[in-house]
Design a protein around this ligand. Structure first.
Ligand code: MN
Length: 441
């Protein structure tokens, strides 16, 4: 687990002036990694770091030849169209690269003139997925989400007996993980209408969001070995925003006995920027696990995990309907919550995932599960906010929503900030719902 170092100093400023503006998501203390290309010209995707409203093109930085040793070796992986190779180099190298970039981007750095040629405006860039994702696993780490959803199905017994013993998860679909900005086509599937005797193939009528964070695995483990809790975060490259689009009517019919399948596999949207766990070091907080809960089995328990395993990370979800867009109304906030309310930590997810000898690989993605807070306005899915569709939401323009309608655009945001200090932002994770494709099309 990372402590704080000179890269976290709140007083640092950058010669990239936009990085010094209040409320900028990408100050010099952040330095998130992503895969991008300029929309000007005919360039290939490569690795960059967000700084202010610019991207430092690490492929170009590598060609400047101003660094040496492991930092230069790390930069030479940045001509790739994914972060996988950089991820596989391991935590000490990621950390050395962060330090070198922090020093090079600081106000007064002698490298300013060379590196200023390597900046690409974000406004003239497009993004690819940050990594080639071999496997995607979605967890269920918010006890508030598990309780809210459990109550809809089992009012007397919302939490199943395993919940406080292990981080529940299922294997998701990697092929349909897409980067922010890609449209989401309303899925079709089997649904059983209330009081109907037989299911029908219909477009989903209860399309939902799930506000989650993604966790990118940096270095994996050999099959047959496990990653202990104490070392788990050394294997984690960083976090991103993740919207696990969910078809609730498909899910209700298909989920027993093996869990979600087609209700989740049609699309998962992630933000283009991966914020390293090192950047998040100043925002670590204690795990919220009541003293009265059962003592954990030792492979999931440590003092460090209990005292510093969680993150004070604000999250919000905004919606903009088609009608709002046409009326030039800005997106409206639906949800605000904080990652600190999760019941299981990133480290516990890694330790549990590998306890059976399952091998993780560079670029594997975990979803945290819907990150609902303790109150209903902090719930991370429409299913919870609308009480299973029984309590519709009225938006400021008078439109009513129980679930998503065609044309709705959903934006996730996340950030860590202490007072007026630097904002370690995650950028945005955006997706717009398009109508289902007609039968035969
Ligand atoms: Mn999910």
């Amino acid at each position: 687990m990372h402590g704080c170092n000179e890269t976290h100093d709140a007083q640092l400023s950058s010669w990239v002036h936009s990085a010094n503006e209040a409320d900028c998501d990408f100050p010099i203390q952040n330095l998130p990694f992503g895969v991008f290309r300029s929309t000007v010209g005919n360039e290939v995707f490569r690795v960059g770091v967000a700084i202010g409203d610019q991207i430092l093109d690490l492929f170009q930085v590598a060609r400047q030849g101003v660094f040496a040793g492991e930092v230069q070796a790390a930069l030479e992986t940045c001509s790739e169209h994914s972060l996988n190779q950089l991820m596989s180099l391991g935590q000490p190298v990621w950390s050395a690269l962060r330090l070198a970039l922090s020093r090079a981007l600081r106000s007064g750095s002698p490298l300013e003139s060379k590196l200023s040629d390597c900046l690409v405006p974000q406004a003239e860039s497009e993004y690819a997925l940050p990594a080639e994702i071999g496997d995607y696993t979605d967890f269920y780490t918010s006890i508030h989400h598990a309780t809210n959803v459990g109550k809809l199905f089992r009012p007397d017994n919302p939490l199943l007996p395993n919940y406080k013993w292990l981080p529940i998860g299922y294997h998701g679909r990697a092929s349909s993980v897409v980067v922010s900005g890609q449209d989401v086509i309303r899925p079709k599937g089997q649904t059983l209408a209330p009081a109907a005797q037989t299911p029908q193939l219909t477009p989903c009528k209860r399309l939902d969001i799930e506000l989650e964070l993604g966790v990118f695995i940096g270095t994996g483990n050999a099959r047959g070995t496990s990653i202990p809790l104490a070392l788990a975060e050394d294997h984690v490259f960083g976090l991103c925003l993740l919207n696990d689009w969910s078809a609730r009517d498909l899910q209700a019919w298909e989920y027993q006995p093996l869990g979600p399948f087609l209700s989740k596999s049609f699309a998962t949207t992630i933000s283009p920027w991966v914020v390293t766990t090192e950047a998040l070091a100043p925002y670590r907080v204690a795990l919220e696990r009541p003293q009265s809960d059962p003592a954990l089995i030792p492979y999931l328990d440590s003092l460090q995990n209990n005292t510093l395993g969680a993150f004070d990370l604000e999250l919000e979800v905004l919606i903009q309907t088609q009608q709002m867009r046409e009326a030039k109304l800005p997106p409206e906030k639906l949800i605000q919550t904080n990652y600190r309310h999760a019941y299981w930590t990133v480290a516990q997810m890694v330790a549990h995932h590998t306890v059976n000898g399952c091998n993780l690989q560079s670029g594997d993605l975990f979803g945290t599960g819907t990150l609902s807070g303790p109150t209903l306005d902090q719930a991370g899915a429409l299913l919870e906010i609308t009480q299973g569709g029984k309590s519709p939401i009225t938006l400021a323009n008078g439109q009513v929503r129980t679930f998503l309608e065609d044309g709705d655009e959903v934006t996730l945001r996340g950030w860590c900030q202490h007072g007026s200090g630097p904002r370690i932002g995650f950028g945005t994770c955006i997706g717009r719902v398009l109508p289902s494709i007609a039968a035969g099309a």
